[in-house]
Design a protein around this ligand. Structure first.
Ligand SMILES: [Fe+2]
Ligand SMILES: [Fe+2]
Length: 341
């Protein structure tokens, strides 16, 4: 068929459009819960620029403290700055598979929220360091140098994850992706709740509260979709989810707990550097939870996820690091990862 041939001259109606095709011309309703979440996302939208920045004076902290707090925001950015493109990919997928109208809108809202979270990381780091890029910034203290080395390694590891994610999205049904998303959202809701509770700096406290509320909505989206799709899920997808949960644990531990060294490619002094930074940040009123509290919180988040997956007969992986028994999963690689924040 020549490129210029006009089908319209040969037939009354056009041929069917080959599927999957990126755009649905339909606005099906189905999951009422998702309409509620969308409405909430419209109501609860917040603006990073409108936080009480006037109350924030970085000069109140010494340079060691500034670099230590900026490091925490940088660690968070390794996850939150990848979230906008990660959800943008998932958002496109909801169009390709002609998801319900409200599902498309909900993924749009998650993409928008995550972009906001990323802005927040940037706003905090830029003010604390008086520099917009924690990797090219010149550290002013010895601790700052050690923490920047950590940041460089975190960034390197996060970059490996992006390639794997892009390959995974077309391969897996949305239903499988939801379990990984849910895991990220449970983790995020947990950490922001903790940070909001302990933080003394008003602008950070308010940001943490807002972000935590956003993450709660993201969790609700995943749960609603799981409720819709999991009762009819195929067995092979269940096995895949078990593996993803283990991978998600390893990946997200870096921000929720401490990075497992056999999975993350990090130098030997990484954890010591990070702990030194956390101690300084805590003393300055930036309440990063202590080791045992992190462990307990992360364990509870995992048990929370387990209770959801149990409902659908999806085996939970063993997570001996936090004392959870289950199916043993080995040989997890960065390229197997779907979880996001
Ligand atoms: Fe987020
Ligand atoms: Fe999120």
């Amino acid at each position: 068929m020549s490129h210029n041939e006009k089908l319209a001259r040969t037939m009354e109606f056009p041929p069917a459009t080959e599927q999957p095709n990126v755009y649905p011309l339909s606005w099906h309703a189905g999951t009422a819960k998702l309409e509620e979440v969308w409405d909430a996302s419209q109501r609860e939208y917040w603006d990073v620029k409108k936080l009480p920045w006037a109350t924030f004076d970085p000069a109140r902290y010494n340079w060691e403290e500034r670099e230590a707090i900026a490091y925490w925001w940088t660690l968070l950015s390794v996850f939150d700055a990848s979230a906008p493109p990660v959800f943008a990919e998932a958002f496109i997928k909801t169009y390709e598979v002609h998801e319900e109208d409200a599902v498309r809108r909900c993924f749009f809202s998650v993409t928008r929220d995550e972009q906001n979270h990323e802005q927040m990381c940037g706003a905090a780091i830029t003010r604390l360091l008086e520099h917009p890029d924690p990797l090219t910034y010149s550290p002013k203290t010895e601790l700052g140098k050690r923490l920047q080395k950590n940041a460089k390694w975190l960034y390197y590891n996060g970059g490996r994850y992006w390639t794997g994610y892009k390959a995974a999205v077309p391969k897996y049904p949305l239903a499988v992706l939801f379990s990984s998303f849910l895991m990220g959202e449970i983790a995020a809701a947990t950490i922001f709740h903790q940070m909001a509770a302990g933080c003394t700096e008003p602008v950070f406290k308010e940001a943490f509260r807002n972000i935590g509320r956003d993450e709660g909505r993201h969790m609700a989206i995943c749960m609603a979709l799981m409720e819709r799709d999991y009762p009819k899920m195929e067995l092979e997808n269940k096995a895949l989810i078990t593996k993803q949960v283990r991978a998600g644990y390893l990946f997200l531990s870096a921000v929720l707990f401490e990075p497992p060294m056999d999975f993350w490619d990090l130098p030997e002094d990484f954890i010591a550097n990070q702990r030194a930074g956390e101690t300084v940040a805590r003393k300055a009123g930036f309440q990063i939870p202590e080791y045992e509290t992190k462990k307990e919180n992360w364990r509870n988040a995992m048990l929370n996820l387990k209770s959801v997956l149990d409902r659908y007969g999806i085996p939970f992986p063993a997570i001996p690091e936090v004392g959870i028994t289950g199916q043993e999963i080995r040989d997890i690689d960065m390229k197997d990862i779907i979880p996001v924040f």
